[in-house]
Design a protein around this ligand. Structure first.
Ligand code: PEP
Ligand code: MG
Length: 616
């Protein structure tokens, strides 16, 4: 995913000394860095006249509305044609577009608005009243998907309103110079119709990783941040901005140092992307023939396809908590089975590791409102993840396990238990697995009988007793995001102590080595799925420590594969042995930098310093 090339005449934005540098955190949904000026897209409801129509003019007013409706439909058809012509063949986008077309074709919108016109409202007022009715209705509904639907209806009503008012729609899709688009939200046609040559990236106040802005940004390879709070209030047209789509940070009026830093990052990122496009996919093997499993971490069903196309060895971590977040009703077994099965099918026979619910701590969910503690001082150390399932939510756990087992009829599935602190929890979790098997047998529902069972090693007590846990599992997946926070006593959400997030610290290296050896002594496969695996320097160390495989974000897969291909396993092993007795993190990082530079050349080692440094 590289940023689009900048035109020759483009110069970086001037800084306005009267405005202070501000950094806003949102959700980075498409990796990369953009530097440019803001272009605000105002999609609020335009001002419109409200008046009563005389009975003699009602028919005319009805026709005016019906004409605007048909113009709106034609506009959407044009967008669709353009998408197909431009070969932007993303089925999801076409689906979104079709859903919007259906809204305009829906009799409810037509009849609902006409009914208000019949009550003597002018057409603009009538459609606004119809929209208000729909909004009230949808806001009473619990289902988050239905609320999304309300947003779609609102966007289409605004389109009709613009057409009634004779306003030119989609005015923002031709730009004099490259811009970063900032909006509360974009409609699918906004995003599809814009002249992408002139767009450097997107920032929206609303939306999540599955919003259409996010989907489009990823498919175009444009950096994007969604869910950036208050941006449309903070940002003025022409403000200099930086999008850090890797870490989800938006810089407004960046200072000199930040601008220089990000210009370097962008150059490196683009150079790396170019280089990686030339990297062949296929099994990750060091140049002296040692095979390393290279799998993908995913959080959303939609990411599975991209992971598959990157040539992964499977899904190493599917974080299922998203399925319980941003909604007010629990997913049932059928919904979960459907989602898990589709992911398994997408992977065409490659193993999919599904982690059971890791809710709690920083991952909050309305559906668990009654069972999560809200006023405990340290939620990351409280009743969360497996603890929550075992102590308070055995029925939810059963449902999830049954769905995982059932998805296994479509291909190899592995089940992974998070936040294990003690072997007793693994034994108890396995008893729930047995119970699920028994109930499925009794009900005659087919499922995967020989599912592989693993546990996350992310709590120091589990790491230190890995030899005791190993006989009860088939694989370990080391979760260094949490393991580092617990080993160093730092809150992974607290930026004031993030300097202590040190994956290359001797303490971590020793801990990782001991888990790896304990696993291997018991014939247990040892994977690592924390963010550190996505940094080529640290991945080198992990290969040298003897891990069987790494699971990384699918956008990082090509870099890590490239690193593994260029590495000598013997050298990596020897280096790891030396580092085990090295003194400081800095000394260790220096050695790793040198090795990566010698192996991959400078562009790749440069980017490694800016790859995700783990959760902040
Ligand atoms: C980890 O802790 O390293 C991990 C992969 O799990 P999560 O980031 O979901 O807590
Ligand atoms: Mg974790």
């Amino acid at each position: 995913m590289s940023n689009p090339p900048l035109p020759d005449h483009y110069t970086p934005p001037d800084l306005d000394p009267s405005r202070e540098h501000q950094a806003v955190r949102g959700i980075g949904v498409s990796a990369g860095y953009s530097i440019g000026v803001a272009h605000l897209v105002d999609r609020s409801m335009p001002d419109f006249p409200e008046y009563c129509v005389t009975p003699a003019h009602i028919e005319e007013e009805r026709q005016r509305f019906l004409d605007a409706l048909s113009v709106s439909r034609q506009q959407l058809r044009d967008v669709r044609d353009r998408v197909i012509q431009q070969d932007l063949h993303n089925p999801e986008l076409l689906y979104i577009l079709d859903a919007h077309r259906l809204i305009l074709e829906d009799g409810m919108l037509r009849e609902g608005t006409l009914a208000y016109i019949d009550q003597k409202c002018n057409a603009e007022w009538a459609i606004k009243r119809y929209l208000d009715d729909v909004t009230t209705l949808f806001l009473q509904m619990d289902d988050i998907c239905l609320r999304e639907k309300q947003r779609d209806i609102e966007q289409e009503c605004k389109r009709v309103m613009h057409n009634l008012l004779g306003a030119r729609p989609e005015q923002f899709y031709a730009f004099m110079h490259p811009v970063i688009l900032v909006a509360e939200d974009f409609s699918p046609s906004d995003t599809l119709l814009m002249n992408r040559e002139g767009v450097l990236g997107f920032v929206t106040q609303m939306g999540g990783p599955t919003s259409h802005t996010a989907i489009l940004a990823r498919s175009l390879g444009l950096p994007a941040i969604v869910g950036a709070p208050f941006t449309t209030h903070h940002i003025h047209a022409g403000d200099p901005l930086i999008i850090d789509g890797v870490d989800g940070i938006l810089h407004i009026h960046p200072d000199d140092a930040t601008l220089t830093d990000y210009e370097k990052r962008r150059r490196r990122f683009n150079a790396l992307q170019k280089e990686l496009q030339e990297t062949p996919t296929g099994p990750a093997r060091t140049k002296d023939g040692h095979r390393i499993l290279l799998k993908a971490n995913i959080e959303l069903e939609e990411e599975a396809d991209s992971a598959f196309r990157q040539g992964t060895d499977g899904i190493g971590l599917y974080r299922t908590e998203n399925l319980y977040m941003n909604r007010t009703a629990m997913p049932d077994e059928e919904e979960l089975t459907g989602i898990f099965s589709r992911i398994v099918q997408t992977m065409h026979g490659l193993p999919v590791t599904i982690r059971t619910l890791d809710i709690g701590g920083e991952k909050q969910s309305e559906v668990f409102w009654n069972s999560l503690d809200h006023d405990t001082p340290n939620p990351a150390l409280g009743v969360r993840a497996l603890r929550l399932c075992l102590q308070r939510e055995p029925a939810v756990f059963q449902t999830q396990i049954r769905a995982i087992l059932r998805a296994g009829v479509h291909g190899p599935v592995r089940i992974l238990f998070p936040l294990v602190s003690d072997v007793g929890e693994v034994i108890e979790a396995r008893s729930h697995l047995d119970k699920a098997r028994t109930s499925l047998d009794e009900e005659g529902i087919p499922y995967l009988t020989d599912i592989e069972v693993g546990c996350m090693i992310e709590v120091p007590s589990a790491a230190l007793t890995a030899d005791i846990i190993a006989p009860h599992v088939d694989f370990f997946s080391i979760g260094t995001n949490d393991l580092i926070q617990f080993a160093f006593g730092i809150d992974r959400m607290n930026s004031a102590v993030s300097y202590l997030y040190q994956p290359a610290h001797p303490a971590m290296i020793r801990l990782l080595k001991s888990v790896c050896d304990a696993g291997h002594d018991h014939g247990v496969q040892v994977m690592l799925c924390g963010e550190m695996a996505g940094d080529p320097r640290l991945a080198t160390l992990l290969v040298g420590l003897g891990l069987d495989g790494l699971s990384v974000s699918h956008t990082t897969l090509p870099v890590i594969r490239r690193m593994i291909h260029s590495l000598s396993y013997q050298d990596a092993k020897q280096m790891a042995e030396e580092l085990l007795i090295s003194g400081t993190t800095d000394a260790i990082l220096d050695q790793l930098n040198t090795l990566v530079q010698n192996t991959l050349g400078s562009s790749m080692s440069d980017i490694s310093q800016h790859s995700r440094k783990g959760p902040q």
